[in-house]
Structures are given as C-alpha cells and as structure tokens.
Design a protein around this ligand. Structure first.
Ligand SMILES: *Cc1c(COP(=O)(O)O)cnc(C)c1O
Length: 357
C-alpha cells in the first residue's frame, strides 16, 4: 500500500505465475514449457543476430514475421497481429474489444489471467460453470454479452472443444468479439483460424511459448479479420511501438521455417502424454482427456497438496490451483521429455506404495 499509487492500483489482484526455481536440478513440470528446447536453426539465427545491428530499433510492425505467420495459416499479413507474448496480445485484446456495457463471459475454470485483465481495464465479467465432465457447454454462452473468451484446449483442464461447437457459438453470436485462446492447440487440436474469413467477430490468439519452445523469447500472435487486427494495432501503438525486439522477430521467423523440428517435438510430446495418462490411470488417478502438453489429474485416495509436497521432496515440481474449489484436488502436470515422464511415474509409484504401508 502506498499513498502514491493511483486509486485503481489498490484494487488490482495481479496474476501469480508458476514458480521459476533458481535451482537447475529440479524436474520442472509446473509451467507447461516445452522440454525439447527450440530448433537448432533458431539458436543459430539468434547468434547471428547478436550483432552491432542491436543499436538500431527493430521493425515496429514486425512485417516479415507477420507475413510468415500469415502464410502458415493461409491468411493475409493484415490479418495477423504480434505481441510480446500472448499475455500481452490478450491484454491488448481485452482493452480493444471488451470494454463494453455488457459483461464478458468466460468459464469458471479457465486461464486465471482473464479476471486480472478485467480488473486492470475495469471490465465486468460473468463466469459460466463447466459441466460435470469439465467441458464448456456452448448453450450457456447464448446470452447477451460484451464479448466471450476461452482457451481451446481449456486451461488448466486440457479439455478440447470441437470446432463445430465454436461455429455454433459464432453463428449465434454475431455482435460481440469471440476470442479463442489457442495456447495449446498445436498438441492435437484443430485451429479456429480456418473460420476467420467467415466470422469477422472471431479472434484467435496463440503463442510460440509452448509448441515452439520459445517461452523465453516472448512471442504471441493474434489472427482475425483485418478490422479487428487494426483495432489491436491502435492499442499497441498507443502503448509500445516495439513490443518485439530484433532477436525475437528473427528467432520467431526461424522457428516457423523449421516445420520438421516442430512436428518431431510435438509428436514426441503427444506420445509421452499418452504414455503418462495410461501409467497414471493404472496407479488410480482420474485423468481428464487432454489435448494439451499437460494433464490434469486427481487421485481418489490422496490429497493433491500431499502429493505436491512429496514430489517436491523428490525434486519434481507440478502445479495445483486452490481456486475454484472444484479443482483444488487436481494436479496439473506438464508433459516433460521421455526421461522426465519416467522419473515422475516411478516416483509416484513409490509414493503411493509407501502411503499404503
Ligand atoms: C501460456 C498461456 C498463455 C501465455 O503465453 P505467453 O505467450 O507465454 O504469454 C496464454 N494463454 C494460455 C491459456 C496459456 O496457458
């Protein structure tokens, strides 16, 4: 608290990111980073770009990168916006589209940054409960609103919503912006980007942090009708002209250009996910169906808080969300590489066995 703060700052409830431990010998399965690291071609480009040219400002429009992303999704570059991580892209989208008279809608169990942006931009919101299978029920969203947002697959559940359901929502909701946050869509889902030319109110937001292993470089993007993208550019250019530095722009382009590395690492994550789900089910965990690079699981006999503490003592960190109460006994576990998954499975087996005796 300080008398120097603007009044709004007293009311903010900032987002708390998952722990980034200083110690390197932890098996870090708590923030959904990609275990494989970026493409070697990305590293080479970053080394090349670390040059005297850093004295110059980067391209404020990230034009070359936007063209590469547009080509990848079969869009025009005027239909692509880029920002300093998708968290920044989302923040701009909340300000550009959701400051409306009516409340915006999102699920009760979802990415916990959404209510934080609402606090920052004074946006009213209403949370709609997931059904008993932790699924989004589109019928609940067919009501007056100032905008709609949800991740697909959802976070932190990993549960995927079919594109046909998103189309049904868009058909019934032509007058406010619908944002689909596809942070995890590359791990088995189908992108709603294919619907953009049919629905001018659709904004798809994505990130290079997860499927492209570039969480440390901070690159997010949005895809949508050129008018929506122009709205985002108006906000961005009223905030920061250069959200992506020279290294980020060059590294992001190189990542999109190495499609085979992207596919190879994605397929390995998907295969490990399948293996992990089966192993955990065999140990008595209920695991929600996941299309993401993490799983969401609970054990009928053991408290999540106890499991987290025990795993930590074995140098494995995973995440738990205390709120809302319906999910407070779930563990959210990032799918690591093959070795990390084996270590997790073996450790859980030992813990569960020792708990019995
Ligand atoms: C990780 C994540 C983001 C943010 O990604 P960055 O691009 O690293 O800012 C956005 N939405 C969801 C649902 C996420 O899980």
């Amino acid at each position: 608290m300080s008398k120097f703060w603007s009044p709004l700052v007293h009311e903010l409830k900032p987002y708390v990111p998952g722990e980034q431990p200083k110690s390197a010998n932890l098996t870090k399965l708590n923030t959904n980073e990609n275990p494989y690291g970026p493409s070697p071609k990305v590293i080479a480009v970053l080394q090349q770009q670390a040059s005297d040219a850093l004295k110059l400002y980067p391209d404020p429009g990230s034009d070359a990168l936007r063209q590469v992303i547009a080509d990848y999704y079969h869009l025009q570059s005027a239909e692509v916006f880029v920002g300093n991580g998708s968290d920044e892209v989302l923040a701009h989208a909340f300000q550009a589209f959701f400051q409306q008279d009516k409340p915006i809608l999102f699920p009760d169990i979802t990415y916990s940054f959404y209510p934080v942006y609402c606090g920052l931009y004074r946006i009213q919101y209403r949370c709609l409960p997931l059904n008993e299978h932790f699924e989004i029920n589109i019928d609940d969203y067919l009501q007056a609103n100032g905008g709609i947002i949800f991740p697909n697959p959802n976070a932190p559940t990993g549960v995927y919503l079919q594109l046909s359901e998103i189309e049904r929502l868009l058909d019934a909701n032509p007058d406010s912006v619908v944002i689909v946050d596809e942070a995890y869509c590359d791990f088995g889902g189908e992108s709603a980007a294919s619907l953009i030319h049919r629905y001018p109110q659709l904004l798809v937001v994505s990130t290079m942090s997860k499927s492209r292993s570039l969480a440390g470089l901070r690159i997010g993007f949005a895809l949508g009708n050129a008018a929506l993208i122009e709205g985002l550019h108006r906000v961005k250019d009223s905030f920061n002209s250069y959200p992506l530095d020279r290294l980020a722009q060059a590294g992001a382009i190189a990542a999109f250009q190495d499609q085979s590395y992207f596919e190879m690492t994605r397929d390995r994550v998907i295969a490990s996910r399948q293996h992990l789900v089966e192993a955990m089910q065999a140990m008595g965990f209920e695991v929600l169906p996941s299309m993401a690079n993490f799983i969401f699981a609970r054990h009928s006999q053991h408290q999540a808080a106890w499991l987290i503490e025990q795993l930590r003592q074995h140098d494995i960190i995973v995440r738990r969300f205390a709120q809302p109460e319906r999910i407070n006994n779930f563990l959210r576990i990032t799918v690591g590489d093959e070795q990390q998954c084996e270590k997790l499975i073996k450790t859980l087996a030992v813990l569960l066995k020792s708990a019995l005796t």
